[in-house]
Ligand binder design. Sequence first.
Ligand code: NAD
Length: 256
Amino acid sequence: MNHAAMNPLAGKVVVVTGAARGQGAAEAEALTAAGATVIATDVTGAPGCLRLDVTSEAEWAALAARLRRDHGQLHGLVNNAGITWRARLGEVTADDFGRVHAVNVTGPLLGIQHLAPLMPPGGSIVNVGSSAALTGHYPVAYTASKWALRGLSRTACTELGPCGIRVNTIHPGFIETEMTASAAPAFRDVSVRETPLGRTGTVDDITPLVVFLLSDAVSFVTGAEIPVDGGYTAHGGAKSVSDAMRTAAPCERKPC
Ligand code: NAD
């Protein structure tokens, strides 16, 4: 295998938010393995991460100044940091709704505003959405924030395209991280039942796509939204119907 194939991100400087654990930590590791110089950031200031609260404009400005000084330019940004809040429609407060929006939408907005000016043509931004952004998932603050992130991504794709900067969104399904570890067991069970591939995802299901989207191999791909969810959002509820009908009228000829 040649050098470019083994190190598709060689020479690139990439920022990952929310990189202390979960998908962000795995993304930082995979991007480094692909040859990138990774600036891992997190609100916790965990070891190996630069402290960055994505809701703080001052902290984004400080990061931009530091990147300009240390690297001159930036080639990739992964807006991965996110929080969930599982209050339902009738019980969510305006404060909690706003807090989730601040991290999941305003954070990526500030990141794009402060870091895109450091990107030369070929720069690539990956926003981490959710299967909630493609459905009416019950945690309303989270779902609404991830739908808003889709809108931000589409506008950023339009606005940054003339500068040669690509903006794509990935939509993870149920991925095993600390975020989902705190969910009720029923949520996990139903998620698996509604996933055609019949399992939850791992961080290793996410990272290859992030590496790919940051690489020059997909230099004409922007504005895309790619589910990484084992088919969870593909069937629009029809899986339950299919499963029920299979039970009611078992098929003689198996498809596989
Ligand atoms: P996680 O909770 O394990 O990790 C999130 C990270 O973001 C943590 O390290 C946390 O400290 C950091 N963070 C939180 N608030 C921050 C802030 N204000 N500034 C900077 N960092 C902050 O979650 P995860 O499962 O790894 O999720 C990563 C992304 O994937 C999130 O955007 C999440 O919404 C999305 N997502 C997760 C799943 C899933 O099933 N795990 C599914 C769909 C989408």
